[in-house]
Design a protein around this ligand. Structure first.
Ligand SMILES: [Zn+2]
Length: 122
């Protein structure tokens, strides 16, 4: 396997590496714990569909692929929510926005290790 390096590609490579790192922040164990804590789709509650990793705050809006920003979503919910802001989307779908946010906060507190104070992302 040849590794070709070019100075011109360094910036692009660095950018890609950063994105790759973000994408793999969630470990398999964390994902399993999340699915167990939610017990189904975080949004519609479906338990009979395969669950996908959904970013509560979409990556395109500054969200990260981390334990406290991932919720299990069924295919239809994941596809429908896409890059939408979560609370607006929940309201449009007439899902229980308040129940979701409270459950999400509770599960975050349960699973996420105490994090140093962060800025910017609320
Ligand atoms: Zn769903």
């Amino acid at each position: 396997m040849a590794m070709r390096r070019s100075r011109r590609a360094v910036a692009a490579r660095r950018r890609k590496r950063r994105l790759d790192a973000v994408e793999h922040d969630l470990s398999g164990d964390q994902w399993a714990a999340l699915r167990e804590a939610w017990g189904g789709c975080a949004y519609c509650g479906a338990t009979d569909r395969p669950l996908q990793r959904d970013c509560v705050l979409p990556l395109s809006r500054g969200g990260r692929y981390t334990l406290d920003n991932i919720a299990p979503a069924c295919g239809p919910c994941n596809a429908s929510k896409c890059n939408d802001e979560v609370t607006g989307w929940l309201r449009r779908k007439r899902y229980d926005e308040r129940a979701f946010l409270e459950r999400h906060a509770a599960i975050r507190a349960l699973l996420a290790p105490p994090a140093p104070p962060s800025h910017g992302v609320a």
